[in-house]
Ligand binder design. Structure first.
Ligand SMILES: Nc1ncnc2c1ncn2[C@@H]1O[C@H](COP(=O)(O)OP(=O)(O)OP(=O)(O)O)[C@@H](O)[C@H]1O
Ligand SMILES: [Mg+2]
Length: 218
């Protein structure tokens, strides 16, 4: 099982949005069973999950102190991916979660405020030696600031090739707690999220190969 923590210290960067859409995409792509864990006291992911008619992705409710043991249990139950949604502005908690992560998704908007806030998270990720990927979110097509943000971020870590566009559909409610990607599986949002999941998986695999090589030669 791969544990994927979604974190950035900036609020509203699309952590919860990515937890929802990527977990659904991973199941759709045949990469399940996928589990979700909500560590944000705001509970947005939990509230959304409670509205869902579908049984998947599953959500595990675990106390923070019991996370490590809980993850072991999910592994034992055959989970392949576990996405952990996190709160913004709680770097000490994030640092604990990075210790449990195989990979971290770092959602970020192409804005001056988001870029200014990024170094705190980047430093914590580097200290934890956990592989991570920047994902540009709420992107307005063909904007100079997006290209500039991608260029700045690429000096500090890998930036996902797929940018998540700003789409009203991502924030709109659908019956039964569905997402736009489920409501319109052939639509542009579904294609975008599918491409992003592919980017993330190839990054994960590259990192797994590298750590296997380090273990073999070190
Ligand atoms: N690509 C997008 N297009 C349009 N709206 C989006 C997109 N991504 C996220 N949103 C909306 O922006 C808002 C903030 O997103 P979200 O709640 O996922 O951020 P967050 O990082 O989890 O915030 P918090 O730090 O408060 O937990 C939500 O209303 C969400 O629906
Ligand atoms: Mg959130």
């Amino acid at each position: 099982m791969q544990v994927i923590v979604i974190n950035s210290q900036k609020g509203g960067s699309a952590k919860t949005m990515l937890a929802k859409h990527l977990s659904i995409e991973a199941e759709r792509a045949g990469d399940g069973p996928v589990f979700l864990i909500d560590t944000d006291p705001q509970g947005s992911l939990t509230a959304w999950h409670a509205k869902r008619d579908s049984e998947i992705p599953q959500r595990a409710e675990l106390p923070f102190e019991g996370l490590e043991k809980g993850l072991e249990l999910l592994r034992y139950r055959g989970a392949r991916y576990c996405f952990i949604d996190t709160a913004s502005g709680r770097i000490e908690v994030a640092k604990e979660l990075f210790k449990l992560a195989d990979f971290v998704i770092f959602p970020i908007q192409a804005s001056e405020d988001d870029l200014t806030a990024a170094p705190v998270t980047v430093q914590a990720l580097k200290d934890a030696e956990v592989p991570f990927l920047f994902v540009l979110t709420r992107v307005k097509a063909n904007t100079l600031i997006t290209a500039q943000a991608a260029a700045v971020l690429s000096k500090h870590g890998e930036v996902a090739e797929t940018f998540v566009n700003d789409r009203t559909a991502y924030k709109s409610p659908y019956p039964g707690g569905r997402t736009i990607t489920e409501a319109e599986p052939k639509g542009p949002a579904a294609k975008e999220i599918a491409c992003l999941w592919e980017n993330i998986k190839s990054c994960l695999h590259e990192n797994m190969e590298q750590s296997t090589e380090v273990r073999a030669h070190g």
